[in-house]
Write a protein that binds this ligand. Sequence first.
Ligand SMILES: [Zn+2]
Length: 455
Amino acid sequence: MSWRAIDAFPDKVATRCLSEFERLPKQGKPIVAKERAEWTILAGIVQVSSSDENSIKVVSLGTGVKCLPLTRISVHGDDVRDSHAEVIARRGFISYLAKQAKAALQNEESIFCKVEGGEGRHRLKVENITFHMYISQAPCGDASMTSLAESGDYKEDDTSSTRARKVPSIIVDNTFRRKKRKLDGDQVAEESPASPKDELYIQEKDSLLRRGRESFAELGILRTKPGRADSDPSLSMSCSDKLARWNVLGLQSALLASIIEPIFLSSIVIGDWHDEESMKRALYGRLEETEAFHAHTPDIYATKMQCPVSQTCLQQLYPSVQLMPSNNAISCVRGCEKAEVLVNGRKQGSAKTLKGPSPPKTRSRICSLSLFQQCRDLYYQYARATSTAIEESSLGTYYDFKMLAREYQGVKQALLSERFSDWVCKPQAYEAFDSEGNASLDQTNGNDGKNDELP
Ligand SMILES: [Zn+2]
């Protein structure tokens, strides 16, 4: 029996996520006052065992609409750079999977089947369990461009149309395409700027990358966060782009790819701004199959269940109130005692450390450093259980550890070189921290893209 046999499945998935959110303490939730109301996006990943509707369990929940600009991210991996709800939910999911894998290796109850010891290396896998995602509104980037145009909320300035097609050079310099050309020894020609204001912007020939909502009539292309063109640039791709990538590589990330079989979403349930055609195009339609990779095609559903902190719901309830995006993000992971509230990628109330990695207490359990520590410990345990030889050097930095997942990296290379060549990759300096958070490359070298290997 399949989960499809569950009556009103999409609404049930949404309801579970919404009631889980309701149950969280007030701390960090959007504040709704007389004159001003904060809104956010809610995303959740649920786990379903065969067709039993009682088995729909929320395993990771996230809220948030903010993303750190490149100028503010740490080289120690101790912050969460992208705090959009979908990304928060997925990072929490990685932590959940790591815990489940650990339980399986210790012969405790787990969603994963037990691993056989001995010479043959087996990855852990799930059987008769599927995963689904709820998002309270269509993901940012390609999937929401048509709704954005129709809503009339956002008008493009005609005079900026030339600039709109240009992207800040810090972003272009870090695209896969540009890095590959530099590594290949190509002369990278740069357009001479028309005015000092344009100096920061360059246009790569044939590039199909836009910043935020610029040129929103152009569909099927990669976009970076955030939506507003007047904010500092980030190197984070839109949620539409990330979801498309998870449909090819899986949700488990490179951190777990050596240990578990890839995990894909079976369906995605959308609250507001649902436009099926745009969703399909953004999430897999634009990824024409090649021999090197295959895009999974989750079912896409709409739900009318209203998220009480969504823009649409608040607008209807309080038409005269000024709406503001919430600065906070919340992460809640099944099996963890408390939900975490994040502000600027760190636990609420903790300041950024001036030198070196921040103290463990102030770090989120879903920042890159925490996930690295969790998955690296798991890898040692897995290697013992499967008699896998460990190359210590490949466990040195976060970057090295991710490179261990060779099969995953091969598919990623194929996806980026064949379909997503304008994908913006983090400069390696931001991934060169060890399991204590010590950065081997200087923060000031972080932006120049030199000494970079391809991801
Ligand atoms: Zn987003």
